[in-house]
Design a protein around this ligand. Structure first.
Ligand code: NDP
Length: 484
């Protein structure tokens, strides 16, 4: 019999709700040990959450948009006041370093506040005199209840990317965090409620995607699903949303290329490649997952990137000085190790890392040393699949044509990065790389001001920017004849 305390598991209509499903353990990725367990949501629990969100939606949508912004702003400030409590909780269940937890949660709150600002400009359109004496109006209408399905790599930012535009636009939300990272999301919801978010406006159900996620997607009252996660699950959700003609946004996998040209600031480029690949232990959709370097400067860049990888301090997320924590789960590490091993067996040369760290203090966690692999085969997992862990493959290329061809030779199309001192090369690369975001001479950071979302197998729809609001509203055209 388990000696762990069991968390009731959901947060519905402003209060804890005890799920009826079996409890699932929450494991600390740094030591592989369960430290609590959380009751999982059944279909009935999900129904209760969706109904609470539906009950709250009318009153929430009838508030002036500036009032919704004001309420959300106060609630977000309350979360910010408790950030020191959230940081270790996120590190414990996710594995990332305390520094990265702080960056993540700060960014999540910033995103809420960004949309509070946008709430002041959310309006429709009025077109006078479509015909003599006839005016046209385009009204924005919320969709209703939004289901937000969130993965474990950035539990709070990926939540707030959905929550902020959805709430400002007048929807209510039921979120399902990953089964392995429920705790920060539950506490986040409590804090928003304590900060004044009305009951039912934001609800959380925890548990497995195969039960709670499916129930949320298929519930007749959810009018939109906003999903971040793997491409196969995204495809499945999109197909399910066809039933009921539900709206969907899908922020899926990526295999982002970086191209370093011979005229680039090589030191800055090598730092960006290292940061872009190893941040969050390589578990980010927009991580730099493939590096192409022009031949003329390849030796210098390869040496610099390998040296940076070798210097990174792998350690328990809560220990001072750790720069890279563990992978999130045993399953993630197994998948990742298979991808690296097959790529190396196919001919890739390991220049840094290449295995688990030998520090005995890390033996029970899901750690892996930052790894650099030179020239793995172009059909290997490191070239073809999304690699969600700390390993960077590097290829030499002879010119920009080859770099562009290889960079685009992927099923994914999320982001790309380019380092060059030449404006024409920069413009050409920005135009020809098939993806939703290109960083030029700039670290791969997502800005709330700009829309973010992928092409091809990387997804559909946009998060961030004022564009995200379009994905949480419908328009309605109204024609008014003024003169009777
Ligand atoms: P998943 O796509 O399986 O999980 C993401 C979220 O979807 C979780 O909350 C999950 O719940 C939920 N989910 C799973 N199945 C369903 C379903 N049938 N209906 C509704 N919701 C569902 O990703 P994984 O966590 O399994 O990661 C696998 C791989 O996906 C990674 O290695 C990585 O390559 C990629 N990935 C990419 C991310 C990105 O940011 N682009 C984020 C996460 C993963 P639960 O976990 O509780 O089962």
């Amino acid at each position: 019999m388990s000696t762990l305390t069991t968390h009731p598991g959901s947060f519905i209509a402003g209060a804890e709700h005890r799920n009826a499903g079996d409890p699932l353990e929450v494991v600390n990725p740094a030591d592989g040990r369960a430290f609590t367990e959380v009751a999982t949501a059944t279909e009935a629990d999900v129904n209760a959450a969706v109904e609470a969100a539906a009950d709250a939606q009318k009153a929430w949508s009838e508030l002036a948009v500036s009032k919704r912004g004001e309420i959300l702003g106060r609630a977000a400030n309350h979360v910010e006041e408790h950030i020191e409590e959230l940081i270790p909780l996120l590190t414990r269940e996710q594995g990332k370093t305390l520094r990265d937890s702080k960056i993540e949660i700060t960014k999540a709150v910033d995103t809420l506040l960004h949309y509070v600002g946008l709430s002041k400009s959310l309006r429709g359109v009025h077109t006078p005199n479509l015909d003599p004496g006839v005016d046209g109006m385009v009204l924005r209408r919320p969709l209703g209840v939004v289901g937000a399905i969130v993965p474990w790599n950035f539990p709070t930012t990926l939540l707030c990317n959905k929550l902020a535009p959805a709430l400002v636009a007048g929807n209510t939300v039921v979120a399902k965090p990953a089964a392995t990272t429920p705790l920060t999301t539950l506490r986040f919801a409590e804090l928003l409620a304590e900060g004044g978010l009305p009951e039912g406006v934001f609800n959380v159900v925890t548990g497995k995607g195969s039960v709670a996620g499916e129930a949320l997607v298929s519930h007749p009252l959810t009018r939109k699903i906003a999903f971040t996660g793997s491409t196969p699950v995204g495809e499945r959700i999109m197909a399910q949303c066809a039933h009921g003609i539900k709206r969907v946004t899908l922020e899926l996998g990526g295999s982002d290329p970086m191209i370093i040209c011979d005229d680039a600031d090589l030191a800055a480029a090598a730092s960006a490649a290292s940061m872009g690949r190893f941040y969050n232990c390589g578990q980010a959709c927009l991580a730099t997952k493939r590096l192409y370097v022009l031949d003329q400067v390849a030796d210098d860049v390869i040496a610099a990137v390998a040296a940076k990888a070798a210097k990174l301090q792998v350690g328990i997320g809560s220990a001072p000085g750790s720069q890279i924590g563990p992978l999130h789960s045993e399953r993630q590490r197994e998948t990742f190790e298979r991808q690296v091993a097959e790529s190396v067996a196919g001919g890739g040369e390991v220049l840094a890392g290449g295995g688990r760290p030998d520090d005995p203090a890390l033996a029970n966690g899901w750690f892996y040393s930052p790894t650099v692999v030179l020239e793995p085969p172009k059909d290997s997992p490191m070239a073809r699949e999304e690699v969600f862990g700390p390993a960077l493959p590097i290829w030499r290329v002879k010119d920009l044509d080859e770099a562009i061809e290889l960079a685009n030779d992927t099923p994914f199309g999320l982001g790309s990065a380019v380092w060059t001192g030449d404006l024409q090369s920069a413009e050409r690369l920005a135009a020809e790389l098939d993806c939703g975001y290109t960083w030029i001479n700039s670290p791969t950071k997502v800005y709330d001001e700009l829309p973010f979302g992928g092409l091809k197998a990387s997804g559909y729809g946009k998060e961030h920017g004022s564009e995200a609001l379009d994905y949480y509203t419908d328009t309605k055209s109204v024609v008014v004849k003024r003169a009777l």
